[in-house]
Design a protein around this ligand. Structure first.
Ligand code: NAP
Length: 482
């Protein structure tokens, strides 16, 4: 397969129903080869302003459409995404680096949000409240927020878009998306499929270009009533401050620092299997990736030996190669961060049990790595590494591990392995995080609320609550004569 042979491949922006180009371009790289694979338009503030105008115009009619009509178009988009799965997975693997099987699984996951919110569109309901005054009737209706903007990251180039766009469109909002500069091609192909599904011009627009300029226009333009952002806590907090001046609604899915806790009474083989799935998916570049692994002293040796075996069986390579189970990191900065975290841990007394090297000097490759005896102040424990590194920390007591797990400004995901239901309940109650995997490492689903607490964000995506983020309540009080 090549981009030229893929009918849904697009390298222009989708603006008001047209594919638009610009003189200035941005290169897109393949993280495996580091070669330029496409050029996309580099648009800025003025194109963003026009797109917001067009989204406002489109909103005036889109909000009047019936939920059934919106559900029908979303269902068609869902069907087209699944029909194009192999093309979308190829585009994603080439621009993002993840193995083709993972890219294909992400397309299924991304599509599941579209189907979920197609159905949720028809379940948006109001309420009739009881009134203390017999001459009044109190009614609550829900209406779309208005024009929305989304800024998304490169690690899940499809799912991070559909879980914002689908609830927005389902509720009657229009949306302008700015994908990450590393992965615009998956986003643009999804835009082509949305066009084929029949969404009118201006309902979904996709703009590529200068993040700062586009972001400033999205956040300062009063016609935009909501921003949904997934990315780093640093940029999320900047955008939140930019949204403050006209009090825009905002949803933030930000960074994590997930603890993975293994108790003596757990099934060690299950804990290792689930850690492998949760940690090495996308080469560790996921926001809910276990970042620090706490193992109780009684199972430490068995857990470590089994983990070394599983890690050394991983096959690092180009995402398109069939035997690859772990791809490259997204760019040189990501490789440098991994190296810095490993060197820092070693300097503080940690030992490398496997991996620890960059196999080629000039690629974004890094070996899956296991570190032991990592102290609590090591950078790989304190910060999100966002790479294929597992730092092991040994603990003895429940109280000790609860303190260690919560000793972070983040609170996105946590994982807990224990066969004692009482212990599970105690730990689950004490851990500060938006999501907890208990005896499992796979927790994301369209029908579950995804999101974090503390510096990991605001709001939830997915579940029946996901559409609420795009709806405003309107309370109506009717007075009537007896
Ligand atoms: P990032 O640097 O914050 O970038 C995310 C998005 O923000 C990109 O589209 C980027 O555009 C844009 N951006 C950067 N600077 C901006 C600015 N000044 N104004 C407006 N937009 C701006 O994050 P990343 O490195 O791509 O992603 C990794 C982070 O995302 C990790 O911390 C991870 O945990 C988090 N994440 C969280 C979730 C979640 O659901 N909680 C999911 C996935 C990832 P450019 O690409 O054009 O620079």
């Amino acid at each position: 397969m090549t981009f030229q042979s893929i009918s849904i491949f697009r390298d222009k922006c989708l603006l008001n129903g047209k594919w638009c180009d610009s003189k200035e371009k941005m290169p897109v790289y393949n993280p495996s080869s580091q070669k330029v694979i496409a050029q996309v338009p580099s648009m800025g503030a003025s194109e963003t302003k026009q797109a917001i105008r067009d989204a406002t115009q489109a909103f005036s009619t889109w909000k009047q459409t019936s939920p059934m009509h919106r559900a029908k178009l979303l269902s068609e988009w869902h069907r087209l995404i699944l029909d194009a799965k192999s093309s979308l997975a190829y585009i994603m693997s080439v621009e993002q680096g993840k193995p083709l099987a993972e890219a294909s699984a992400e397309i299924d996951y991304a599509a599941s949000y579209v189907l979920w919110f197609a159905e949720e569109a028809m379940r948006v309901q109001g309420e009739v409240l009881s009134s203390a005054n017999p001459h009044q009737r109190l009614i609550v209706t829900r209406s779309p927020v208005g024009v929305c903007a989304a800024i998304t990251p490169w690690n899940f180039p499809a799912a991070m878009i559909t879980r914002k766009v689908a609830p927005a469109l389902a509720s009657g909002c229009t949306m302008l998306v700015k994908p990450a500069q590393q992965t615009p091609l998956t986003a643009l192909a999804l835009g082509e499929l949305a066009t084929q599904a029949g969404f009118p011009a201006g309902v979904l627009q996709i703009i590529t270009g200068e993040a700062k300029d586009i972001g400033e226009e999205m956040t300062s333009n009063p016609q935009v009533r909501k921003l949904s952002f997934t990315g780093s806590t640093k940029i999320g907090s900047l955008l939140m401050s930019q949204c403050a001046h006209d009090v825009k609604k905002i949803s933030l899915e930000l960074g994590g620092n997930a603890p993975f806790i293994v108790f003596n009474n757990s099934d060690v083989s299950v804990a290792v299997e689930e850690l492998m799935k949760a940690k090495f998916r996308n080469a560790g570049q996921t926001c809910i990736s276990p970042n620090r692994v706490y193992v109780q002293s009684g199972v430490k040796d068995a857990f470590t030996q089994s983990l070394i075996k599983a890690i050394t069986e991983l096959k690092l390579g180009d995402g398109l190669e069939p035997e690859t189970t772990i791809g490259p990191l997204i760019d040189e900065a990501a490789v440098q961060k991994v190296i810095h975290h490993i060197e820092n841990a070693k300097a503080l007394g940690a030992s490398v049990l496997c991996g620890g090297n960059r196999p080629l000097a000039d690629g974004n490759w890094f070996e899956p790595t296991l570190l032991d005896n990592v102290p609590p102040n090591a950078l790989c424990v304190v910060e999100e590494t966002f790479g294929p590194v597992v730092p092991l920390v040994t603990f003895d007591s429940e109280q000790e591990v609860i303190h260690l797990a919560n000793d972070t400004p983040f609170g996105l995901a946590a994982y807990l392995f224990s066969s004692d239901i009482h212990q599970v309940e105690r730990i689950t109650n004490e851990i500060d995080s938006g999501m907890i995997g208990i005896n499992t490492g796979v927790i994301s689903a369209a029908n579950a609320p995804f999101g974090g607490v503390k510096a990991s964000g605001l709001g939830r995506e997915g579940a029946h609550t996901g559409i609420e983020e795009y709806l405003e309540m309107k309370y109506q009080c009717y007075g009537f004569k007896a």
